[in-house]
Design a protein around this ligand. Structure first.
Ligand SMILES: *Cc1c(COP(=O)(O)O)cnc(C)c1O
Length: 395
């Protein structure tokens, strides 16, 4: 290692030279089963031929121009997103945090465009949430590890206790501009918000003229077995941030909104140099078409059911290792007794890659087209990791 990278990551001592489907080939000669998927991003597996084709074909035509011109790929992908969601309009970004940033700005701008009291800027988030790393995103999530040392907290952001609807009710008022929540928390602990709580949030937003923002950067694009996680509840937001799986591993994000909620986002209100460039759109369209299919969504539900059942079995057999199975669909959280980072290293020894998560979790975020055989193998390896963790604790 050169030592010239900012030390913001605690990286595993592992590099890869190639990937194919759910397999990653390490520079150490080992082959791994990848249940990290670039953190819920490589939703169709590594080097999916459909995406490789879309990328290379577009790469030979045109990569980047600018949003000062029309970009037909943006219109095509926006049409698809709108046809399959609550939304009317879309803004394309390069990442999840930029999609969240756009969502928060769209929300505040809505009230300003309505001529609301300038004090109507308050955005309520929840503890344990993660919205990305821009100033607005870290302030919306309020996790002290991500806000400390970066100067004063931005005004107008506060957090409610996860699942405490009485507290939420008491926090809301005429100055509430919006609520932001992940329908299924990702980084913070793979906690799914109950349908009743989502309904309550919708009701409170309507009561106070506030907007409901869903951060589906991780839970969206098929991850939970429906295209959007919020579909399970029947509640629709006014604004939604998506990213991760949207590009199947290519950096793309998007902020979706109803035309009413986006009424303040007029010419000049927002922008991006790279956002929505032709290369990103070509891959995004191909990825969206693949993921938004009965075949993939059925597979997610089937594999998720299998993993959940098997992991619950492992929890019964290894109560000294596993405390809880959480999440939804293929956003699987396993709360552990041994330190999660140590467990991730043990899993690597068994050629299984799993992600970490808040609340001492490991997460399984495999590709949405994981086969049943691969899922069986993941469980076998997870079981071996549990055995090793147990032996280490006894030693
Ligand atoms: C990953 C994530 C983000 C941030 O996305 P980046 O692409 O890392 O900026 C925001 N919200 C949620 C829910 C995420 O999981």
């Amino acid at each position: 290692m050169s030592g010239h990278l900012m030390g913001v990551y605690n990286r595993a001592p592992l590099a890869f030279e190639r990937g194919e489907g759910a397999r990653l080939y390490g520079t150490n000669g080992q082959v791994y089963l990848d249940c990290v998927g670039g953190i819920a991003t490589d939703a169709l597996g590594h080097c999916n031929p459909v995406l490789v084709k879309a990328l290379t074909e577009q790469a030979n035509k045109l990569w980047h121009i600018s949003n000062i011109y029309q970009i037909p790929g943006q219109e095509e992908l926006a049409d698809k997103l709108v046809a399959n969601s609550f939304a009317d309009v879309v803004f394309f970004t390069n990442s999840g945090t930029e999609a969240v940033e756009c969502a928060l700005k769209t929300c505040r701008k809505f009230h300003s465009a309505n001529g609301a009291d300038p004090a109507k800027i308050d955005i309520i988030g929840f503890d344990g949430s993660f919205h990305g790393r821009t100033y607005a995103a870290v302030n919306a999530a309020g996790n002290p590890s991500y806000t400390d040392g970066f100067g004063p907290r931005l005004p107008g952001y506060s957090q409610c206790k996860f699942g405490d609807m009485e507290m939420l009710e008491s926090m809301m008022g005429p100055n509430t501009a919006g609520i932001i929540i992940e329908p299924v928390q990702g980084e913070g602990g793979a906690r799914a918000v109950s349908d009743a709580d989502l309904r309550k949030m919708r009701e409170l937003c309507d009561k106070w003229g506030a907007l409901l923002i869903f951060d589906e950067v991780q839970s969206g694009m098929g991850r939970t077995g429906k295209l959007w996680a919020h579909e399970w509840s029947g509640v629709t937001p006014d604004i939604m941030a998506i990213a991760k799986a949207l590009g199947g591993g290519f950096p793309i994000g998007a902020c979706l909104a109803t035309s009413e909620a986006a009424k303040g986002m007029i010419v000049g209100a927002h922008g991006s140099t790279f956002g929505g460039n032709p290369l990103a759109m070509a891959v995004g369209i191909a990825s969206f078409n693949e993921i938004n299919s009965k075949k993939i969504l059925d597979n997610v539900n089937e594999i998720a059911g299998y993993l959940n059942q098997q992991l619950t079995g492992l929890k019964d057999r290894f109560p000294d290792v596993i405390v809880d199975i959480r999440g939804k669909g293929l956003l699987v959280g396993v709360k552990l007794i041994p330190n999660n980072r140590e467990f991730m290293a043990i899993a690597r020894e068994h050629n299984l890659l799993v992600a970490g998560g808040g609340d001492n979790l490991v997460r399984l975020l495999p590709p949405l087209n994981l086969t049943l055989d691969e899922a069986r193998e993941a469980i076998q390896k997870f079981e071996q990791a549990c055995e090793t963790a147990r032996a280490k604790a006894a030693a």
